[in-house]
Design a binder for this molecule. Structure first.
Ligand SMILES: [Zn+2]
Length: 60
């Protein structure tokens, strides 16, 4: 059976670095970094949002 493993990612505003959205993607199907135009509440306008990884492990 093929593994369909989706990972959760944040979409971060490239202007204010605010993480406004959380979404899931399949890294085996979608190797490119996501870049989407989304509405940023902080900037109060549409800005390019880029994918950032959600760090699950807490740093000691
Ligand atoms: Zn912003």
């Amino acid at each position: 059976m093929a593994k369909a493993k989706a990972v959760l990612i944040h979409l971060e505003c490239t202007e204010c670095k605010s993480k406004n959205y959380t979404t899931a993607k399949n890294p085996t199907e979608n190797k490119e970094k996501l870049r989407l135009n989304k509405f940023c509440k902080k900037c109060r306008k549409h800005t390019p949002h880029k994918e950032v990884k959600i760090s699950k492990a807490k740093k000691k």
